[in-house]
Design a binder for this molecule. Sequence first.
Ligand code: MRU
Length: 318
Amino acid sequence: MEVKAFFWKKTHLLLLDQRVLPHKEEWLVLEDHRQVAQAIKDMAVRGAPAIGCVAAYGFVLGVKKGYPPEEVYNTLKNTRPTAYNLFYALDRVTRALKEGADPEEEAVKIEEEDYKANRQMGEIGKDLVPDNARVLTICNTGALATAGWGTALGVIRSAHRAGKKVFVWVCETRPFLQGARLTAWELLKEGIPHSIITDSTAGFLMKKGMVDCVLVGADRITRRGDVANKIGTYTLSVLAKHHRIPFYVVAPTSTFDPHITDGDTIPIEERSQEEVKSFHGCRVAPDGSPALHWAFDVTPAENITAIITEKGVVKLQG
Ligand code: MRU
């Protein structure tokens, strides 16, 4: 059975609570746009394409319940600022409503298109992964982060299913541990050999010649090819460039922001200090110390070998 992060049920949305994975598989029942917005903010659902799909369904629930569309749109829009898929999906359902079309049909289409895009990126991207490759990745870009299959993890999945031998280095991804909790869980289910590493292990692994390529997802891509993704991605890109290791970004075209050229203008989400100062609900830092918690960083196009999309590969380097 393929992993699914959410199921649309017409009167409600079923959402797999990613905060308690991998130890518990709990499903939330969301009945209006406010509950959906809260689930996005609290990261019960996360990953740019999944956020977009779920927000579109949240919009449908709010409108069906008779809330003013503008209020519904704003509540969902003001959840997480970096992932472009959120705005892309909300704009589509809003436009459908304005044009007299059915926003529910549009939301279903967004989900179906995302799944299809992931499968296409997998097909295209798997040819770039050499047999016996040791791939390094960050965060979770799998079925949990999308409508299914995954972006960077989808490419790994497709390579594995095509019979290639792939080994994955999984950056734990502090502080939410999307790597250690979610990517490891998906890889285990798929039977793909892997090892979790602390985020700071990546450089030394590269120096020792133990990484053949880096595959990451994206939250927003600008017109010149700068990429916002999970904090730590920029560091990996610098390390990969230094060690001459191919660095691939895998993202559907719904992640491309046509309004922004320069990566410096991408809004970067700042989350609570508490998430950095605590580990699994247990405070580990002194009360008096502040913490900086940027959830994303920006990798300049110059550090990226290529971007793999469902429409083909955009080569940026070499
Ligand atoms: O904070 P998150 O877990 O929502 O961040 C997710 C990422 O950074 C992913 O790499 C990105 O959304 C692409 S997921 C297909």
